[in-house]
Design a protein around this ligand. Structure first.
Ligand SMILES: Cc1cc2nc3c(=O)[nH]c(=O)nc-3n(C[C@H](O)[C@H](O)[C@H](O)COP(=O)(O)O)c2cc1C
Ligand code: SF4
Length: 449
């Protein structure tokens, strides 16, 4: 198929400005600059483009939330890419960087922003360094700076390196980090569209989302909508890893023939020849799903995984064959989230810590039945009670593996229950906890009434 995003697979050296321009590069920006900003927003709305960073929010709608007054506005490009198993933005930025830059400039013009900040994850220091040159090359052609292509619109572009924290990919933590503060997510409302970077209206978009925009402007909505489905327009880059022969980025249109079975085949199949046991459709933050025929053959769109309480997310597809113990897999995820929790809300900070301790018991061969109930209980007390989505992400692998792969937990049970102080003392469920507190209150004379 024709690639919209991974064009580097077809056009050698498209990362060079000259080659990019020979293949229609910056024509989308030129077209946008001849249009009214509101019409650019309408075009992106009509295209059906949805955010590729995880939540799938309609991009044009997001842009339309920015106030139309003449005040200062910003664009933040989310190049933090820290989701385990996601490595698409890196390929785009390394091999086709002008396309994201052009998309960011079109976004900036559409909302009349005068500065773009590209936030790279700390480990992408080499990519960020190369991107500085990309910016300078674009500036020489008049695409960045003052009175861009004689449009009377000015825009600057800055790069910024994070320090290696997963949470800084969360959009409000990213803004805090850009402002030089600790990357703690903000409580919403207010939303960044009204109170964003330095308290100014800000659009935050993922690298891949923005890389779609030049095509939409240059080729038009109709051409774009030839890819994908009515509610999931365009193509998606799937980062495929785990038990496949050829891990890598694969771009497919949403829906139609794009199923997990198709993706696994495209990535060379499972090297061991064992059946696929589980699929992680969205890296560590989504559920771990059993690889039933129904799941394997479902055309992938933003909404098609809802029956499994799952979503496409950033499309980091991790394939696990029959050799994998799902308690071990969930344990890996929970240790990751416990490490990456920013710690500002109690359910997430304490919940990930306790889940981590409980999975350590499994690793040490000490797991007992009550630990599994405790895992479920801690998870249910975290869900929906945190400032940002990391708290919910952390719960997903736990709940999903207990639900779908209970046999693996049963296998992990210790033959001889061996209590460990501090954990087995904990009531197993919320009801047990209430009972425990009531008894304790009576025993201690209920001094506080
Ligand atoms: C814990 C956490 C980590 C995230 N990490 C990323 C990330 O690395 N890259 C990204 O684009 N979005 C990430 N997101 C989603 C962003 O908050 C935001 O929704 C996204 O950048 C919006 O861009 P889009 O509308 O173009 O998808 C993360 C969200 C959460 C809750
Ligand atoms: S949910 Fe976790 S990561 Fe998100 S703000 Fe709360 S403590 Fe921080």
């Amino acid at each position: 198929m024709t690639h919209i995003i991974l064009r580097d697979l077809e056009i050698p050296n498209i990362k060079d400005l000259k080659v990019y321009m020979e293949h229609g590069g910056y024509e989308g920006l030129k077209k946008a600059l001849k249009m009214a900003p509101a019409d650019v927003i309408q075009m992106v709305k009509d295209s059906g483009l949805r955010g590729r960073g995880g939540a799938g929010f309609p991009t044009g709608v997001k842009w339309s939330f920015i106030p139309k007054d003449p005040g200062v506005k910003y664009i933040a490009v989310n190049a933090d890419e820290s989701e385990p198993g996601t490595f698409k933005d890196r390929q785009i930025l390394e091999n086709n960087p002008h396309q994201t830059l052009e998309g960011a400039l079109i976004a900036a013009y559409a909302v009349q922003a005068t500065a773009i900040y590209v936030y790279f994850r700390g480990e992408f220091w080499d990519v960020a360094h190369a991107f500085d040159q990309v910016i300078e090359d674009a500036r020489k052609k008049g695409f960045i700076g003052t009175n861009i292509l004689k449009s009377k619109w000015d825009c600057e572009v800055y790069t910024h390196l994070g320090a290696g924290a997963y949470i800084c990919g969360e959009e409000t933590a990213l803004l805090e980090s850009l402002e030089g503060k600790r990357g703690n997510p903000r409580i919403r409302p207010p939303f960044p569209a009204l109170v964003g970077l330095y308290n100014k209206p800000t659009v935050i978009n993922n690298v891949e989302t923005l890389a779609n925009v030049p095509f939409i402007l240059y080729k038009g909505v109709e051409e774009y909508r030839k890819f994908g489905t009515s509610d999931s327009a365009g193509t998606k880059v799937f980062s495929v890893s785990g038990h496949v022969a050829n891990p890598g980025n694969y771009e497919f249109p949403f829906g139609g023939e794009t199923t997990f079975r198709h993706i696994i085949e495209a990535a060379g199949g499972v090297p061991s020849g064992l059946p696929v046991k589980a699929i992680l459709p969205a890296g560590a933050s989504g559920a771990i799903l059993p690889a039933t025929d129904e799941l394997l053959d479902t055309p992938i769109t933003y909404d098609s995984l809802k029956p499994w309480n799952s979503a496409v997310g950033s499309a980091s597809v991790i394939i696990l064959d029959e050799s994998v113990d799902m308690v071990w897999a969930a344990s890996k995820m929970i240790h990751f989230f416990a490490h990456e929790s920013c710690g500002q809300c109690t359910p997430c900070r304490e919940g990930t810590y306790w889940l981590s301790r409980l999975y350590e018991r499994a690793e040490d061969g000490l797991l007992d039945e009550k630990d599994i109930i405790r895992m479920d209980s801690v998870a249910s007390q975290m869900k929906g009670k945190c400032i940002c989505a990391l708290g919910d992400f952390a719960v997903n692998p736990v709940v999903a593996t207990i639900k779908h792969f209970r046999a693996d937990y049963d296998l992990a049970l210790s033959p001889i229950p061996s209590p460990q102080p501090g954990i087995t003392d904990l009531p197993a469920s919320q009801d047990d906890l209430l009972e425990h507190l009531t008894i304790h209150r009576h025993e201690s004379g209920n001094h506080h009434g």
